[in-house]
Design a protein around this ligand. Structure first.
Ligand code: SIN
Ligand code: MN
Length: 276
């Protein structure tokens, strides 16, 4: 299957550094993904808290390999892989996936950052990487949807400073100038919608102070030729076995098993200078 994007959407991605694809996954598929995040014991067993600067925290679970669970298969579907390859322009592999579970009344904020601000330190030499954020719940301004800075993928890699023990932020002094010149877009998503964004696109989100949960699944791809030059963790290249688009429904509520997904027991936060 070719990329799900029209030529116009692909152009928008190149110009803006992000694009929203409505209904990337159907209601029945997203229901399976949501239930897997809620019910798979591996997800719960690898749940970590990522503190924010305001005394809150987001619950995350992270894994590096796309296996045979329903969420591993989602990352391997032709529609996802072919779209990532069309945007990156080269063969890709699965780099990382995570559940970001913002619970009602306090699910934590994320500071402005580029994913490549982190992934640079995994030994990826080029920012030819992207993320696909799949909404599991409705995600809007009221419950801390993702915000992106339009066109920020063209600013190059920005220095990041440590703001909490588990969170780095793009240099606030530089951000001030960026925010004065660029538009901030609140990306509101319905369940099954995907927000695709470039590894250098600046993004953040507010705490969830609403009664409505905001869970998302973020699936990230890297160009095979941009494999990590270090082997410090297991984000290095392993072949990605693409599956048909019917694989998610065919799998049903299939959980991870046998350690194939390579869940991580701590989030990867490169050492950075502390923000003053
Ligand atoms: C992220 O940047 O990885 C997560 C942001 C969010 O869940 O709002
Ligand atoms: Mn991010």
């Amino acid at each position: 299957m070719p990329s799900v994007l029209s030529a116009g959407q692909e152009q928008d991605y190149r110009k803006d550094g992000f694009i929203i694809v409505r209904n990337m996954f159907s209601a029945a598929e997203v229901d399976l993904l949501r239930r897997a995040m809620e019910e798979d014991p591996e997800i719960a067993a690898h749940s970590l808290i990522r503190p924010d600067t305001q005394g809150g925290g987001t619950r995350i679970s992270l894994w590096n390999r796309a296996g045979n669970s329903v969420y591993g298969l989602a990352a391997r579907t032709a529609r996802m892989v072919d779209t990532a390859e069309a945007l990156i322009g080269e063969p890709v592999y699965h780099f990382q996936s995570k559940l970001t579970a913002k619970d009602p009344f306090g699910g934590g904020a994320w500071e402005w950052h580029q994913d490549y601000g982190y992934w640079y330190y995994n030994g990826c030499l080029r920012p030819d990487m992207l993320s696909m954020m799949i909404a599991l719940d409705r995600s809007d301004r009221t419950n801390g949807c993702l915000q992106v800075i339009r066109g920020s993928h063209r600013l190059g890699r920005i220095d990041h400073l440590q703001v909490t023990e588990k969170q780095n932020s793009a240099d606030p002094a530089r951000l001030e100038h960026i925010l004065a010149r660029h538009e901030v877009v609140h990306c509101e998503l319905d369940p099954g919608d995907a927000l695709i964004f470039h590894a250098n696109t600046l993004h953040r989100s507010d705490q969830n102070q609403s009664p409505n949960r905001r869970w998302t699944l973020i699936i990230c791809y890297n160009a095979v030729a941009n494999d990590t030059v270090t082997r410090d963790d297991d984000r290095y290249y392993v072949p990605l076995d693409k599956v048909g688009d019917d694989a998610v429904l065919a799998a049903g509520l299939k959980f991870a098993g046998g350690g194939r997904e390579h869940f991580t027991s701590q989030s990867y936060v490169p050492a950075a200078e502390k923000a003053s």
